[in-house]
Design a protein around this ligand. Structure first.
Ligand SMILES: [Zn+2]
Length: 257
């Protein structure tokens, strides 16, 4: 459990990530009420399966941007929003859910730790290892339980996002640490033909409930989330060029509400 960060911290964190060329977007946030204590989602959907972890913008992660004006507008309108970072452009993420697992899983985690890149402890008993973008699609590496690779079209909830547990995601090593390439041992596992996400959109369902706010697919049973519809022509290139050049304004204004 961490202290509850002031809303302005997430806005400032969003600007900081955008300045590094990482497209950002606002995510819904957990709403805790009671007594008796009830944990809901700011989307106000009673059956929300991704409490505090899914995008607010109409087009999901497609709307992610590095445009500071857009970001300021979002956090003015949604001051409590959690902070989402689009994966696949500035970085890819290896998502490790929970602490259980077999030796194959832990060998991979050891490799990720050895790479010494940016690392997030999530608010939901998970870890996000950041790596240089690989171009790989988001998928679950074959044979590795509760591990995901998030690339183009997915997102992670970044510090200081709040989890439904009440805990706040925190950097173990922040983005000042150089992004390592994915180690060969990890690439070897990633290249195994595991299932790609059956991305079905934000209303997808999964058996495990809200899970952790840390990236992946809307239908991910562990609460991770991923792409909506494919990017339109030109948008992928725009995002990629921003990632490469660190310049501002990835997308045109997309929010219509
Ligand atoms: Zn929700």
């Amino acid at each position: 459990m961490g202290r509850t960060p002031h809303a302005g911290e997430r806005f400032r964190a969003a600007l900081g990530c955008a300045r590094r060329g990482i497209p950002v977007l606002p995510l819904h946030h957990p709403v805790i009420s009671g007594p008796p204590t009830r944990i809901g989602c700011s989307c106000e959907e009673p059956a929300c399966l991704q409490v505090g972890a899914h995008p607010i913008p109409q087009h999901g992660v497609e709307d992610a941007t590095t445009d500071p004006l857009r970001i300021a507008w979002w956090w003015r309108r949604f001051p409590e929003a959690n902070l989402g970072l689009a994966t696949g452009y500035g970085f890819d993420a290896l998502v490790v859910h929970g602490s259980e697992g077999d030796s194959a899983r832990w060998l991979l985690v050891a490799e990720a730790l050895r790479a010494s890149g940016p690392l997030v402890r999530t608010g939901g008993d998970g870890w996000h290892f950041y790596f240089a973008p690989t171009g790989l699609a988001s998928h679950r590496p074959l044979g590795l339980a509760r591990i995901e690779w998030l690339g183009v079209g997915a997102w992670v909830a970044a510090p200081p996002s709040r989890h439904a547990s009440g805990a706040v995601a925190a950097w173990v090593r922040d983005l000042d640490v150089p992004l390592p390439a994915a180690p060969a041992a990890i690439r070897a596992r990633l290249d195994l033909p595991g299932p790609s996400f059956p991305w079905a959109g934000p209303e997808g369902s999964g058996p495990e409930g809200s899970g952790e706010p840390q990236g992946g697919a809307p239908v991910d049973p562990e609460g991770s989330r991923g792409p909506g519809p494919p990017l339109l022509a030109g948008e992928r290139e725009a995002l990629a060029s921003v990632s490469a050049e660190g310049t501002a304004s990835v997308n045109p204004v997309r929010i219509r509400d």
